[in-house]
Design a protein around this ligand. Sequence first.
Ligand SMILES: C[S@@+](CC[C@H](N)C(=O)[O-])C[C@H]1O[C@@H](n2cnc3c(N)ncnc32)[C@H](O)[C@@H]1O
Length: 270
Amino acid sequence: MDTELVGAQKTLSPVLRAKALDNRLPDPILGDTYAEQVMRRLDHGYDTRRFGTSQLGLAAVVRSKAHDDWAREFLAEHPDAVVLHLGCGLDARVHRLDPPATVDWYDLDYPAVIELRRRFLPARDHYTMIGSSVTDPAWLERVPRDRPALMIAEGLVPYLTEPDVRRLLTSVADAFPSGQIQLDTVPVWAWRVSKWDPTLRRYGTRFHCGFDDPAALAAWHPRLRYVGEAPMFDSPLLIAKAPAGTRRMYRIMNLLPGMKRSSRIVRFRF
Ligand SMILES: C[S@@+](CC[C@H](N)C(=O)[O-])C[C@H]1O[C@@H](n2cnc3c(N)ncnc32)[C@H](O)[C@@H]1O
């Protein structure tokens, strides 16, 4: 890999790895063949090191499935939507969902990540990649703003500061006539301890915000309405699909309410 990823950009890799390993299960949750192909190109020996093919990251796959299901629902209701897939990493959501040509889809991440995307993932019609930080407001000027918007931020929000998240949500709600915003967050304690998280430390990053009540983000804009939450660590799908050892780990984790809600997937409409 010639393109050097730094800091938060590196966090795309464990999520992709989880999706790649899911695809090798006999009855996968996401069934993303792109994830397996791209992961192999990103890191040829991804399944041969410590924890090999263990499905420790399966909760991230459940999170992805929840975002996919909500996105499918919104696109079925709004076939003229504009999709803003922010902090897309190397996720192949546009290919998994395969929206009709009436949908315009934008994948946005840092320029270095978008460069990798262009190498590893195919182009398609009505699909645009934008290499920019989500915190630079200029990217919104490149997107048609007269149609319903679907904003998806999977695994992104904890890497932004609270003022940046607020600016993002309010500028999207201001820019479009209607839409859905789906994102996931961590609680305040997880944000605070993230500076000691060994994986994040290795990547040279940490979380920059946390919310104990993500539904309360709706108060940031008069048109934002909280719709609901999808389960993650206690998802019946996760418990059903995880191999025995991993299932035990999630069951123990779910006995601790703070851990059970250590990542929350929520959606809003406006
Ligand atoms: C945990 S990864 C998730 C990737 C992808 N959404 C997925 O679920 O597979 C976080 C992603 O957010 C991106 N990211 C973090 N901060 C960003 C920012 N300010 N602007 C754009 N992308 C950002 C990183 O580069 C990385 O690709």
